[in-house]
Each structure stands twice: as C-alpha cells, then as structure tokens.
Design a protein around this ligand. Structure first.
Ligand code: NAP
Length: 272
C-alpha cells in the first residue's frame, strides 16, 4: 500500500460515498467523510458537516480538515442527487437546485481545496460523474445535464491544474444499488396533470428496477481506491455493470440515430 493519504469524501453518509469512505479507511488512509448532518452517521472515520450547496459550509469543513491535518491529498466529489421529470415539467428553480448540488457543489469544494493543493504541488480530485453523463437519459434530463457538465468541468480542470502537480479525474458509475431510489426527487409538475405522465412513470420504474439490481457500491469504492493508489491516474474511469459500460461505449461507434432508436426501444418510448 502507498503512504496513508488525507482524503475527503463528500456525501459519505450513504451509498457510493459511504462504501468509498469505509474502504479507504480500512485500507489505512486518513478519511474525512462529509454530509449535511454528521450526527446521523455512525462511522469509524472522521465526520464533517458540509452542505455542498453552501459555500460557507464547504469553507468551514475544509478549514477544519486542513487545520487538523495540515494538508488534503485527495477529494472525492461524490455528494449528489437525482432529479426526475420531463424537461418541460421541470421548473427553473428545480433545475438550478439539481446543478447547484451536482455541479456547483463539486465546484465549491474544488475552489476550497485547490489553493492548498497548488501550494503543496500535489493533490487529486476525483469527481463522480455517471454513465448518464455520457448518454442523455429520458426524464432525467437535468441530472444528465449535471453529469455531462461534470465531464467537461473535469476535462478542463485537469488541463488547468496539471502545471501545479494536481490531478483531476472523473469516475462514471453505471447503476449502483444505493439509496438513490429513495432519495430521487421528482419535479413537482410530473404528477397527474403532466402530458408525459405515463411514459415518465414507466421509465422511472425501469430506472428504479435497474438501480435496485445494480452493482454494489463497493465496486465503485474499489475503483476509487485503485485511483487513489496509482501514481498517474487516467482522465476517466467507468465503474459498474459491464453490460451498461459496453452499451454506453457503443455510442462512439454506431450511427447516432441507431443509438437513439435502441434507447427508445429499451425505454418503451414512441415517436409519432
Ligand atoms: N447509484 C447510482 O446508480 C449512481 C450511478 C451513477 C452516479 N451516481 C452518483 O454517485 C453519487 C452518490 O450517489 P449514491 O447513489 O451513493 O446516492 P445516495 O445513497 O443517495 O447518497 C447521496 C449522498 O450525497 C449526499 N448529499 C446530497 N446532497 C448533499 C448536499 N447538498 N451536501 C452534502 N451532501 C449531500 C447525501 O448526504 P446527506 O443527505 O446525509 O447530506 C448522501 O451521502 C452521486 O453523485 C450520484 O449522482 C450514482
């Protein structure tokens, strides 16, 4: 094993973040797990209060960590939520809230840790994207938008921070069995009055089925551990069910209309 690293995992109270914090801690790294209400979390690693939508809360947590350890080696930007709803049914406030957590949350954390990483000439930022950031998913358009954004954000960040000895990578999980099903937020207008109601319900039911049958969060945790312990990480890593990684990868090789036809067939969507 490499020398123990000081690691912050955001969204460590459940799912992928929890599995990741547990595994990194078990491996001997010095782990800080953050979530909005750490009092609810029973964990062997150090806990931090952090709401990634609140700049002051992010700053406080990073200041505490750096005051205690003098450095931060790795950040796993994992905190996130899933907003479901047809784009037409999604209010601008709901859309902003999705991006505020999944994209700007990661950005707030990056901005808070980069000064100390640059000063030390070392650091690793692991942003949790999604296969939904490579393929636009129906009725989760804003979630997909947030994860596509994480792709571009990480690609750009990687180029900017390389000169300071800092690395940035994106990890793209497929369906993982976590609390994502219970925590999914539905756009307020996606209920009875929605023109998309039946298709929305059917597609979200498919997502929930796939998530419940998804890979264990430890699969992603093991991938993250490998990234933490490698000396020169790649720009991106897929993680999760092989079939989903394969199908997503097909997007680069089949004609766009054929790929879209396959998606519509899979989700039972019709074209007039
Ligand atoms: N599960 C999947 O199939 C899947 C697939 C691809 C990507 N992902 C991504 O993996 C990440 C983790 O998801 P998960 O499936 O493990 O979901 P989860 O079990 O619902 O966990 C979400 C975590 O995010 C935290 N969180 C949410 N909003 C937050 C905020 N404003 N500030 C701080 N923490 C916040 C939650 O903590 P508190 O509520 O305790 O604050 C919780 O720890 C997300 O970025 C998700 O998009 C998941």
């Amino acid at each position: 094993m490499t020398a123990p690293k000081v690691i912050l995992v955001t969204g460590a109270s459940s799912g992928i973040g929890r599995a990741c914090a547990d595994l990194l801690h078990a491996r001997g790294h010095l782990v800080y797990g953050a979530n909005r209400d750490p009092a609810r979390v029973d964990a062997p690693w150090r806990k931090l209060a952090m709401d990634v939508t609140d700049e002051a809360s992010v700053a406080r947590a990073i200041e505490t960590l750096i005051a205690e350890q003098g450095r931060i080696d790795v950040v796993v930007n994992n905190a996130g939520l899933v907003l479901a709803g047809a784009i037409e049914d999604t209010s601008l406030d709901e859309a902003k809230s999705q991006l505020d957590t999944n994209l700007f949350g990661a950005m707030r954390v990056c901005k808070a840790v980069l000064p100390s990483m640059r000063a030390r000439g070392a650091g690793l930022i692991i942003n949790i994207g999604s296969l939904a950031g490579l393929v636009g998913l129906p009725f989760q358009g804003l979630y997909s938008a947030s994860k596509f954004a994480i792709e571009g954000f990480t690609e750009a960040l990687r180029l900017e921070v390389a000169a300071f000895g800092v690395e940035a990578v994106v990890v793209e999980p497929g369906d993982i069995a976590t609390s994502v099903v219970e925590n999914r937020v539905r756009a307020a207008a996606s209920g009875e009055g929605s023109a998309y109601r039946d298709a929305f319900r059917a597609v979200v039911a498919t997502y929930e089925k796939e998530e419940r049958a998804g890979a264990a969060p430890t699969v992603v945790a093991r991938r993250i551990l490998a990234i933490v312990e490698t000396s020169r990480p790649a720009p991106r890593y897929a993680a999760g069910p092989f079939a989903q990684r394969l199908l997503t990868g097909l997007k680069a090789f089949v004609p766009a209309k054929t790929f879209e036809w396959g998606l519509m067939l899979y989700y039972g969507l019709k074209r007039r």
